[in-house]
Design a binder for this molecule. Structure first.
Ligand SMILES: C[S@@+](CC[C@H](N)C(=O)[O-])C[C@H]1O[C@@H](n2cnc3c(N)ncnc32)[C@H](O)[C@@H]1O
Length: 257
């Protein structure tokens, strides 16, 4: 009986110790979880080094979970872009069909005065470059694209989170891959950095339906985009039918930020 009385305080001490340890471990895990977006940025991809510490906090844009590292994100994008069968289709059967659709979009933008034949244009996430070819065909000859995989001469290699250009180079940037940005703030920040003052950015985005399984974020409201364009004004929006994307959004970079 006596021995039993003495063991009780030992048992309670053990219980308190394990409770304290569990709480401490729980605290460590939650701190790590909340820091994850920043720690992800410490990873480098073979294509580019992302050094920013920015991350999206807008309720109108949600980053999809499941990308443990930046390399994992890049690898997932490359899995589709490098697929030989798909590349064959994009550059043969789909080639002209897509160029024609892009040409109509760009002709309309030309009609509204957002581009002209003297515009220096960049297409962000251009894959095999049909959008670049479309711009060239309607007379915007100084056009180029960037993508993780180059497709010369239309598309050069570049990560849109860290564009391979200096500041204020382009008059016009087009992209239909905003949903592929793991860091939407960086995606937009790079567009604003490389656009000249007064330059125009046109994005095709999906608002009413979710984009494809290779997307890294989901946009729920245009406000999510406008809050990212810190040095630009929203000048135009309209509904479009663009390869699963339903909204065209046009921003103009302010002459003075
Ligand atoms: C849906 S496809 C769109 C291709 C093209 N704009 C079109 O409409 O034909 C998305 C493209 O974004 C590219 N991409 C994804 N993440 C990227 C990144 N971080 N930097 C540059 N390109 C990226 C992919 O390689 C892929 O070619």
């Amino acid at each position: 009986m006596k021995a039993n009385h003495q063991s009780r305080p030992i048992i309670s001490r053990c219980f308190l110790c394990s409770l304290f340890l569990s709480l401490f471990l729980f605290f460590l895990v939650s701190v790590q979880y909340h820091r994850q977006p920043e720690t992800l940025l410490a990873f480098t991809s073979t294509i580019s080094t992302i050094t920013t510490k920015t991350n999206t906090t807008s309720p109108d844009i949600r980053i999809r979970p499941g990308y443990a590292t930046y390399d994992a994100y890049i690898q997932r994008q490359l899995n589709k872009t490098l697929n030989p069968k798909l590349r064959k289709i994009w550059t043969t059967r789909d080639w002209n069909r897509k160029i024609n659709v892009f040409s109509n979009f760009f002709s309309e933008l030309k009609g509204k005065g957002f581009i002209s034949n003297s515009t220096k244009a960049l297409c962000v996430g251009a894959r095999v470059g049909q959008e670049v070819e479309a711009l060239r065909r309607i007379g915007v000859t100084d056009s180029v694209g960037i993508d993780l995989v180059p497709y010369p001469p239309l598309v050069i290699r570049g990560d849109f989170h860290k564009q391979p250009f200096g500041d204020q180079v382009f008059d016009f940037e087009f992209s239909n891959v905003f949903d592929h940005a793991l860091y939407p703030e960086k995606f937009v920040g790079e567009i604003e950095r490389t656009l000249k003052p007064g330059g125009v950015c046109v994005l095709h985005v999906a608002l009413s339906r979710r984009a494809d399984k290779f997307s890294a974020n989901d946009l729920y409201n245009i406000k999510g985009l406008t809050s990212l364009f810190r040095s630009s004004e929203l000048v135009h929006t309209r509904k479009v039918d663009g390869f699963g994307l339903d909204t065209e959004v046009v921003f103009r970079k302010k002459k003075r930020s």
